[in-house]
Design a protein around this ligand. Structure first.
Ligand code: GTP
Ligand code: MG
Length: 204
């Protein structure tokens, strides 16, 4: 699939105020600073569509982007921002939980993890939560440009093995990406395109 147009629509703290058109929706979630906003810019080939920052905690709201006038990409705040206050952490958790529970048109979530790191308890807990809430998701390994090809393969294999050892009978689909090099773009957009087609067929 080609991205021909990508526009920012709204930023919200309230799920009820998110765009109401019943278009297919995909959400990017993961630890603060993992590269969610950068990946949205890479996929849409726009440098500043989603706001990025070297400092964690940049994205604080639910941000909707309309792609090809046809489906939504959603940039969410990151979890695990160590310097956030207790109150902010609780508010964040509430916001995210409500978003995932109430956003009916969400077809799939993408849980972003830094390819250099072993599975973090916070990521696995969140994936478990998505599974229990019956929300389909994939893993998106980010910052692939930071590793040499051999190490890249080893890290992704070890990550999935660690998930199996932690009791996951089935590991989710996964993508290896780099917002710096553009790696993974076709695979990720192709995957979204397939889900869109299946969704539209089911609506007929
Ligand atoms: P929050 O909004 O704070 O949760 O962060 P985020 O997950 O949206 O991360 P963001 O896209 O703002 O990127 C965080 C930092 O990582 C920035 O300095 C980016 O330039 C850098 N970064 C993101 N993706 C990549 C990548 O693929 N490769 C490299 N080398 N750096 C990246
Ligand atoms: Mg962000």
């Amino acid at each position: 699939m080609k991205v021909k147009s990508a526009t920012f629509l709204t930023s919200n703290t309230d799920v009820a105020k998110c765009p109401q058109e019943p278009l297919p929706e995909y959400a990017f979630i993961g630890r603060s600073n993992v590269g969610k906003s950068s990946l949205i810019n890479m996929l849409t080939h726009q440098k500043h569509l989603a706001k990025t920052s070297g400092r964690p905690g940049k994205t604080q709201l639910i941000n909707h982007f309309l792609i090809n006038g046809d489906w939504y990409l959603v940039d969410l705040p990151g979890y695990g921002y160590a310097r956030a206050s207790k109150k902010d952490k609780a508010a964040f958790q509430k916001l995210i939980e409500r978003y995932f529970r109430e956003r009916r048109q969400l077809l799939s979530a993408f849980v972003l993890v830094d390819v250099r790191h072993a599975p973090q308890p916070m990521d696995l807990t969140f994936m478990e939560w998505l599974t229990n809430a019956e929300i389909p998701f994939s893993i998106v390994f980010t910052k692939a440009d930071k590793l040499k090809p051999g190490a890249l393969e080893r890290h992704t294999a070890e990550y999935l093995q660690a998930m199996e050892q932690a009791g996951w009978a089935e590991t989710p689909p996964y993508f290896v990406t780099s917002s710096a090099s553009g790696e993974g773009k076709e695979a990720l957009l192709g995957y979204i395109g397939e889900i869109n087609v299946a969704f539209r067929a089911s609506q007929r």
